[in-house]
Design a protein around this ligand. Structure first.
Ligand SMILES: Nc1ncnc2c1ncn2[C@@H]1O[C@H](COP(=O)(O)OP(=O)(O)OP(=O)(O)O)[C@@H](O)[C@H]1O
Ligand SMILES: [Mg+2]
Length: 245
């Protein structure tokens, strides 16, 4: 097994875990043997003479996973720090599991323990880095997909808490939402509106060239019961934000 640090944020370190090539070699050898045996059996069943020439066998890629570990913060009181890291880890794991069971696009949870979460590695593009470089049509399609995934979360009362393009990965034409450390469960339109406010702000900050159209396309996918009430709340959240500044 190899463990490579791929991201260090304020709260967490993220490692990419790959299976060692030695293990993979043994697995591949085993798979080759199974493949040969199956071919031999089917040729016997069909009355063909077994030739011994096997078609190209596509070796499975070694499965990669992500290990996200929440790091201690020295400026916080030790007990408080541990409790906070534990509760965020637990919450994130719980929401990942719940969202995955609802067929929402999130990484599959593998395991979680104290400050660590192991999950499926999404080998795609982080939208904060890539969205601006796509043709406009593709940007709009992606925004609509983000809207659809967010509506699914909200329909099930799952609030993300940090909905920005840094927490969305685009892979195989799908958008996947990650980083549920600030997530929680709530039925309130206010909390759902705050998620919308966060994504809107992220678009204004990082994708400012056409942020209005991007958000419009987000809303095209954001279809759910209570839409009007959430949008009305969003207006209030925004007014409050302006007042604060
Ligand atoms: N399942 C995953 N597949 C691929 N990359 C991931 C995955 N999870 C996290 N990452 C990568 O690690 C980065 C950080 O992960 P995450 O967003 O969950 O942590 P974070 O809470 O934002 O960290 P901080 O708040 O300290 O900035 C992501 O932006 C992404 O690049
Ligand atoms: Mg993040």
């Amino acid at each position: 097994m190899t463990k490579k640090l791929i991201f260090q944020g304020a709260e967490a370190k993220v490692y990419l875990i790959s299976q060692s090539s030695k293990n993979q070699k043994h697995i591949n050898q085993g798979l080759d043997l199974i493949d040969q045996r199956e071919q031999k059996l089917s040729s016997i069943k069909e009355g063909r003479k077994f030739q011994g020439n096997f078609p190209e066998w596509e070796k499975p890629k070694s499965p990669k996973t992500i290990l996200k570990t929440r790091i201690p913060k020295s400026y916080r009181h030790q007990t408080l720090d541990e409790n906070l890291r534990k509760s965020r880890t637990k919450k994130e794991a719980k929401i990942l599991q719940k969202a995955h069971s609802l067929k929402i696009n999130v990484p599959n949870l593998i395991s979680s323990d104290k400050f660590d979460i192991e999950m499926e590695y999404l080998d795609g593009e982080k939208l904060s880095d890539s969205l601006n470089s796509y043709p406009e049509k593709k940007q709009f399609e992606i925004m609509k997909k983000i809207g659809t995934q967010t509506a699914l979360l909200h329909e099930n009362d799952l609030i993300h808490g940090d909905l920005t393009t840094s927490n969305i990965i685009f892979k195989d034409d799908k958008v996947f939402i990650i980083d549920f450390g600030l997530g929680y469960i709530s039925t309130k339109s206010e909390d759902k509106a705050v998620d919308l406010h966060l994504i809107k702000q992220a678009l204004e900050a990082k994708h400012w060239k056409n942020h209005e159209k991007l958000f419009k396309n987000f809303l095209k996918g954001y279809k759910l019961k209570g839409f009007d009430k959430i949008l009305e709340r969003l207006t209030r959240v925004e007014k409050r934000g302006r007042y604060k500044h």
